[in-house]
Design a protein around this ligand. Structure first.
Ligand code: MD6
Ligand code: FE
Length: 217
């Protein structure tokens, strides 16, 4: 049968796992789009290079970041915010690639959030040891919109808590091609990424990329 012939040649069909109220992991959802996604990230990074931003407290982030879309998330001594221009170049962020917009729209719909139209994509690059401390995503104007997050490259452990910083944390492994969609009652839940373990990914080397698509404005 066709399905037997194809077994081992194609990635398994995406499966889903709820990780909280309104939050779901679509496992492997982005696997069929990896070349297009990597090409898109490369084009963005040519115009808006990855850089280590500084927190309001004065610490350099271990995660390197860039953005595309009409708004980009930035941090510096003045605070966290969205900005229309890249402070490094003084120019608008590169446009949101269609492959990203379409993936976010479709994944959001599959997760129960139809009509998602992102205007911002934060691109995070992790090398072994890099981490993202527990935080809430609260710089967006309207938190009625979900967030779609795409993981590529080395696996990572995603911590997912609750509204209070001290709420218990779930540990969710995120691997190459996984897409997390998250909104509604858990939109403001605390979350973070544990220090990335050493490793070598066949396509990305010793790196993890995370693309989070949002409606910022
Ligand atoms: C990361 N992600 O996976 C960091 N935030 O590298 C996030 O901080 C995040 O994955 C909001 C919604 C989904 C996320
Ligand atoms: Fe976040």
């Amino acid at each position: 049968m066709t399905s037997d012939l194809l077994a081992g040649l194609e990635p398994p069909p995406p499966s889903r796992a709820g990780i909280g109220p309104g939050a779901v992991v679509l496992r492997g959802r982005a696997l069929g789009l990896v070349p297009a996604l990597l090409a898109a990230v490369e084009r963005v990074a040519e115009a808006a290079p990855f850089r280590h931003m500084v927190t309001p407290g004065g610490f350099e982030m271990s995660v390197a970041m860039t953005n595309c879309g009409t708004a980009g998330w930035i941090t510096d001594r003045a605070g966290y915010r969205y900005a229309a221009e890249d402070p490094m170049t003084g120019r608008p962020w590169p446009a949101l690639p269609e492959v990203l917009r379409d993936l976010a729209h479709e994944a959001a719909e599959e997760a129960g959030y139809p009509g998602f139209d992102p205007d911002a994509c934060l691109i995070n690059r992790y090398e072994p040891g890099a981490r993202l401390t527990l935080h809430q995503d609260r710089d967006e104007r309207n938190r009625g919109h979900p967030i779609v997050s795409v993981s590529l490259g080395l696996p990572a452990t995603f911590q997912f808590g609750g509204l209070k910083r001290t709420d218990p944390l779930l540990r969710v492994p995120l691997t190459h091609g996984d897409v997390v969609v998250w909104g509604g009652p858990s939109r403001l839940f605390h979350h973070g990424i544990l220090p990335l373990k050493e490793g070598e990914h066949p396509e990305l080397g010793a790196r993890r990329l995370n693309l989070t698509l949002r409606r910022a404005l």
